[in-house]
Design a protein around this ligand. Structure first.
Ligand code: ARG
Ligand code: GLU
Length: 724
């Protein structure tokens, strides 16, 4: 074991000797000094690795947080002011909106701290420190152990490490595997629980171009929103309370008005969610040939239905805004991903690598023994896994798309707690209160017609595509088959008509009079029966099978990853994204998307005027913005070319989760907020192409221009540290 770690350690640490010009890579902040600093400086960086991540003094990492569950944000004032994307704050802005005060449509700006809006449930997570705990995690693990034994030891070790790491503090700890379990890091976090909405531009700025422009360049979206972290008197995290005060951070980001020129060094500091750069051709084939096409087709249908309803009704537009954005975002990304994989010949490239790998593995008997079976093993597991993933993709995209089904499903706990011989009254009461608390939110964003249309269209497609394949099915398919002769609409009519989950009054009345024996009524409810049928099928049939294969794949990937590190000792490897803090660096850069086309690296306010179309919701331009444009009232936010720059592209390797991440220049000053990738580059989660992959950021000067000149929120500008 020891020998193996020494090997891994030297591979990870020493392979920096071969320096390539980086674009690709999501690097571990703690290891920048060893792996990247030299190259970053060669590319123009003027600060040090210690300035980015340090546990001895404050560093930029103290101004970066996880925002909510899937975004990044940065602290930009000594009063805990936060910047993130508009699309990251979207759900919260929607929650505070109604037809009377529609902050999504009109924007929102708190005139002072007292007006900032609490957002219960929203948290921000800040990294206190990280540590390589590989040796402790793998202590007691032997090379030839069964996976079950291995995992048992690892989990016990992890529990111990976590406990010790946070003893006597209010911090929380998490240990995550890197390189598929060849390395482990501990993260000690501080989690803030009182986060308030400070400001957001109207959607026709924050989401300008909507889904038409999403994932695309040239882009003119002002995708930012502003929040603030509140804490108790001791400057420590606390749940919302009137007496809470703005957070005083160790450091905050300085904002540069200098802008960015082509080829300027930049880095992005944030939380990329998940990439799969080291998997086999079989994995990519399954994703691009089986899973993505199902997702794309199901979501096209869902989007047609939701889109039509939203276009005709302001209330539905508000109710379905966040759901629609989420569905559309994945849909468009996967279309781009499939195209990119094809254009890049990614599967072919993987196959060539696998052939080389096989040669390399064959070249000594020890390698042959350790690694010889890997590639054929992957091939056979993926062919067994594929049909399960096929069904799973349909189920995920259909059954649980309906709010009605999902809400019914969320009553399962209540039923389970109630149906025991002697129900625990306190637990039943807690669970009941939880559900009652969710009822208004569920109905606020629920339209029965839209929900039913979605359900019918999606379940029909799932039913049609799988009804004849001979495999096991959810029970309701039998019911639909026998009682309704395959007519999903007739079935849905009955369910939606007879279920209490379709009526707020009925559901509220039922829950308010609930006694333990009430579980029988829930069980008899057709929507609940439907939800349970899908759920049982999912867990009892699909998940068991998928888990079995995925566990095998996990352990094979661990070995395959180790083998790849061993086979390419001169290559500098970065671990796949796993929603831990990373630094990715590159430069401000343009690109050539296709034959004869060149895309400049930035866009300007003229482009917004050019795209204006009062007839299309996503391309409406506010009068105020047009006035500022006409009078060229740009203040200090114009570029030296005299124009307000809106967005810019760069060769920083980012992924979902990097939304809201600070984009910094050579001095470590904030020049932009990352919010997207280009469509031609969305395959970078599976394979990166330096010529084609670009991250898209909003120019920080456009944010300030909107805050200052458009919204008049000058008190916020005064809080910031601005470098002219
Ligand atoms: N594509 C960006 C990301 O992946 C932004 C999505 C939000 N915008 C939208 N039009 N749906 O999150
Ligand atoms: N918009 C993405 C997010 O929400 C970032 C774009 C990407 O996937 O690179 O994290």
């Amino acid at each position: 074991m020891k020998k193996y770690f020494t090997f891994l350690f030297t591979t990870l640490i020493l392979s920096y000797s071969t320096i390539s010009i980086a674009d690709e890579g999501m690097w571990i902040p703690m290891l920048l000094g060893q792996l990247n600093e030299e190259e970053m400086m060669a590319m123009g960086m003027k600060i040090t690795a210690e300035d980015i991540y340090s546990i001895n003094h404050s560093s930029l990492k103290d101004a970066v947080v996880i925002f909510g569950r899937g975004c990044t944000a940065e602290i930009i004032s000594d009063q805990g002011l936060l910047l993130t994307n508009h699309h990251c704050g979207f759900g919260i802005i929607q929650r505070h909106s109604s037809l009377e005060h529609d902050y999504l449509k009109d924007g929102f700006w708190a005139a002072n701290q007292a007006e900032e809006l609490p957002s219960p449930g929203l948290t921000c997570t800040q990294l206190v420190r990280m540590e390589d705990v590989t040796n402790q995690v793998l202590d007691g693990v032997e090379e030839n152990m069964s996976e079950a034994d291995r995992n048992k030891i690892i989990n016990e070790n992890i529990d111990k490490i976590k406990e010790e790491a946070v003893e006597g503090t209010h911090y929380e700890a998490i240990v995550k595997p890197f390189f598929y379990g060849n390395q482990y890091f501990l993260f000690v976090n501080e989690i803030f629980k009182d986060i308030r909405l400070v400001g957001a531009p109207p959607s026709n700025i924050g989401k300008f171009g909507g889904d038409t422009d999403n994932w695309m360049w040239p882009r003119h979206t002002g995708d930012f929103s502003v929040f603030r972290i509140y804490v108790n008197e001791d400057n420590e995290p606390a749940p919302f309370a009137d007496g809470n005060v703005p957070f005083k951070p160790k450091t905050s980001m300085k904002i540069s008005l200098k802008g960015a020129e082509k080829d300027d060094f930049t880095f992005v500091f944030g939380y990329p969610g998940s990439t799969q750069e080291y998997v086999t051709s079989y994995a990519i084939e399954m994703i691009t040939d089986v899973i993505n096409p199902i997702r794309i087709s199901m979501r096209s249908d869902a989007l047609d239905i939701i889109g039509a309803a939203m276009n005709n009704d302001d209330l539905i537009r508000l109710q379905y805004a966040a759901k629609q954005a989420g569905i559309a975002n994945g849909w468009k990304k996967w279309i781009g991903e499939n195209r990119g994989i094809k254009k890049l010949n990614a599967i072919e490239k993987k196959k060539i690598f696998e052939a080389e790998f096989t040669e390399w593995a064959k070249s000594t008997p020890e390698r042959m023994e350790k690694y010889g079976g890997l590639i054929p093993g992957f091939e056979s597991i993926y062919s067994a896994l594929e049909p399960l993933k096929y069904s799973e993709s349909y189920l995920i995209e259909s059954g649980f798309r309906s709010d009605f089904v999902r809400f019914a499903s969320s009553c399962r706990n209540l039923v389970n707690l109630s149906e025991t011989k002697t129900p625990d009254k306190a637990k039943v009461k807690d669970e009941l209160e939880r559900l009652q608390g969710n009822v208004p939110g569920y109905f606020k964003n629920y339209n029965p017609e839209v929900d039913k249309k979605l359900f019918v269209a999606l379940i029909s497609e799932y039913y049609d595509k799988t009804v004849n394949d001979g495999g096991p099915k959810p029970d309701i398919f039998n019911l639909i088959n026998k009682k309704y002769k395959g007519d999903v609409l007739k079935y849905a009519d009955d369910v939606y008509k007879n279920s209490m989950f379709a009526s707020e009054e009925e559901l509220t009345a039922f829950l308010s009079k609930y006694k333990s024996s009430g579980y029988k009524k829930i069980e008899k409810d057709p929507a609940y029966a439907l939800a349970m049928s899908l759920r049982d099928y999912y867990f009892n049939f699909l998940r068991d099978g998928i888990n079995k294969y995925e566990t095998e794949l996990d352990s094979m990937m661990r070995i395959y990853m180790k083998a790849q590190l061993e086979m390419q000792p001169d290559k500098r490897f970065y671990p796949d994204a796993n929603f831990t803090l990373r630094v990715t660096y590159g430069k401000v850069d343009d690109y050539y998307p296709r034959d004869a086309v060149h895309y400049k690296h930035y866009t300007t306010l003229s482009g917004i005027i050019e795209k204006e179309d009062p007839a299309i919701y996503d391309y409406v331009v506010e009068d105020k913005l047009k006035e500022l444009y006409a009078s060229k009232d740009y203040g200090r936010y114009a570029d030296k070319d005299g124009m307000v720059h809106i967005c810019f592209t760069g060769s920083n390797h980012t992924s979902g989760g990097n939304s809201g991440s600070p984009v910094l220049n050579a001095d470590g000053h904030l020049i932009g907020i990352n919010f997207d990738r280009n469509w031609e580059g969305t395959m970078s989660d599976l394979m990166y192409d330096p010529d084609m992959c670009r991250n898209i950021s909003i120019d920080i000067r456009y944010c300030l221009f909107i805050i200052d000149k458009f919204a008049g929120a000058t008190h916020l500008i005064e809080e910031m540290t601005i470098v002219e």
